[in-house]
Design a protein around this ligand. Sequence first.
Ligand SMILES: NC(=O)c1ccc[n+]([C@@H]2O[C@H](COP(=O)([O-])OP(=O)(O)OC[C@H]3O[C@@H](n4cnc5c(N)ncnc54)[C@H](O)[C@@H]3O)[C@@H](O)[C@H]2O)c1
Length: 325
Amino acid sequence: MKHILVTGGAAYVGAILVPKLLNRGYEVSVLDLFLYAQQSVFAKNEKLHLLKGDLRDRDFVKRSLQGIDTVIHLAGISNDPSSDLDPGLTKEVNIEATKDLIAAARDLGVRRFINASSSSVYGIKEENDVTEELCLEPLTVYSESKAVIEDFLRKERGAMVAVSVRSATVCGFSPRMRLDLTVNILTHHAVKKGQIRVFGGVQKRPNIHIEDITDLYAELVETPANLIDGKEFNACGANHTVMEIATLVQDTVGPEIPIRVEPTNDLRSYHISASRIAKELGFVPKRTIEDAIRDVAAAFADKRIADPENDIHYNVRTMKKVLGA
Ligand SMILES: NC(=O)c1ccc[n+]([C@@H]2O[C@H](COP(=O)([O-])OP(=O)(O)OC[C@H]3O[C@@H](n4cnc5c(N)ncnc54)[C@H](O)[C@@H]3O)[C@@H](O)[C@H]2O)c1
């Protein structure tokens, strides 16, 4: 049975993905600094190995790759505000250490590398259909790091099967909960603050349910190599405007909850097409944004999100603490 290394696995996406991989019978190692979660996000399992350490520690990474068939690379500084805090550190982790991980995996005979990229690599596009053929125009340190790694992986993969997933913003409940992502933020505000604040509202945001993106990563472990090798795929559930998301939250959580619109200069709008992944891999998300809203609202109600103001739920706040900024 395959042994999978999930970097950054002790986090928002990984906390849902890792149990899915274990349920499919794989042996799983998680390489992570554990910045946001303790080992307790995972139930004990003899097929699960938790490897605490830094992706920038080359020897540790090489040791972690011994006997690994597939890498799912999630680790990194994973949003714009956190990446902007220290652009040099972002480049060290998201670019230099990630390049070395890819090269080490290739040289040590890892067979498959699944890379978590981001739909933000496109920047802002006028086209209605933002497909994988369009050029990348990343606007931030974070999205630039994702674009650089996609390119490096495609060119330097050697005999390794390599694929990048340009994920929309993820939404829904995870045991390592993030409350700094659009759908989760608006749901949090509706449930806990009794109002939904929207800045602007006409901006589009692509989103995908956390159960769908983790199904996709799990499926990519076995997808025939010829369908994915050297490719990038957008992954998206829906492209709604922020006002549409706010209205979905209102409809789902409580029609009496007011939506307060405030002005903003930042009307950057993003959207992506998910037609290639549907056509070439048959991947069609099964959950809706409303499902994610319901799941997050339920997690507030039954106290699975016990302390929503805790810095652990906000990457930039935690990163500021880590950096002493
Ligand atoms: N969550 C989203 O909406 C979304 C959207 C598109 C792409 N992605 C990408 O998917 C991946 C997973 O996202 P997430 O939301 O689970 O992120 P996250 O911020 O919850 O987790 C990132 C993990 O990386 C670890 N990490 C950071 N620096 C490290 C280092 N130097 N060494 C070892 N581990 C380190 C952290 O401890 C954390 O556990 C990221 O690469 C992110 O950029 C996420």
